[in-house]
Design a protein around this ligand. Structure first.
Ligand SMILES: Cc1cc2nc3c(=O)[nH]c(=O)nc-3n(C[C@H](O)[C@H](O)[C@H](O)COP(=O)(O)O)c2cc1C
Length: 203
């Protein structure tokens, strides 16, 4: 009698365990999909902050290439380049470049360069700089990052591509020069990479 009862309890426990595991697996799968979709939407919003939606008619997420240049793109790993085109013609290349020498390590950027070599826009999409000191690079915190739009390798010239503390054109932040210095350098390097590889990028 006792053995029969214990067997029944064991089976019941097993059934609950299976149902519980199934519910967990389904919830995990749904959450994973939702997180991936949210990340995609955030990235698309950032891409469209540097290249307006009406300036291109292709799918940015699928028109990509991976390129590697540790010195000019800030990472030994491949970085993604999103290509914007209108009627098949190149509009802009958006580099997911890295500024490696931020105060607290890597600063992740989106650097959009138009086919004519001018900057369409720059945005910071990830960093660990100090709140209240280095985070003025975020578009939400100040308009500093928007000052890159329209600039190129010739406007300003090479000497201008530095923070004012180093004799260049770009403002630093009060008590925080390292962060803006890193971003200015990374954007300049990205422009150099684009000049060297433009044909391959849109090929
Ligand atoms: C706790 C702490 C956090 C800091 N965070 C940053 C930062 O995020 N970005 C930055 O450029 N400087 C930061 N600094 C300041 C740098 O150490 C450095 O002094 C400064 O960038 C140099 O700029 P300045 O020449 O305008 O003083 C921080 C300093 C301290 C003590």
């Amino acid at each position: 009698m006792i053995i029969k009862r214990m067997t029944q309890m064991g089976i019941l426990l097993g059934v609950f365990a299976i149902i519980g595991t199934a519910i967990l697996a389904i919830t995990h799968e749904q959450t994973k999909e939702r997180i991936a979709e949210n990340e995609r939407n955030v990235l698309l919003r950032n891409l469209h902050a540097v290249v307006t939606p009406d300036s291109h008619d292709n799918e940015l997420f699928t028109d990509t290439i991976e390129v590697t240049d540790a010195k000019l793109l800030g990472s030994k790993k491949p970085v993604t380049v999103y290509r914007a085109r209108l009627n098949g013609k190149p509009v802009a290349a958006i580099f997911s470049a890295i500024a490696p020498d931020g105060y607290n390590g890597n600063i992740k950027l989106l650097v959009a360069i138009k086919a004519d070599g001018t900057l369409s826009g720059v945005r910071v999409i990830g960093h660990r700089e100090t709140p209240g000191l280095g985070d003025y690079i975020e578009a939400e915190r100040s308009d500093w990052i928007t000052k890159f739009t329209g600039l190129s390798l010739i406007q300003p010239d090479e000497r201008g591509w530095r923070v004012k503390r180093d004799g260049g054109n770009f403002d630093q932040f009060t008590g925080a020069t390292i962060t803006p210095r890193a971003v200015v350098k990374a954007v300049y390097h990205c422009l150099q990479y684009f000049r060297q590889h433009q044909q391959d990028i849109f090929g």
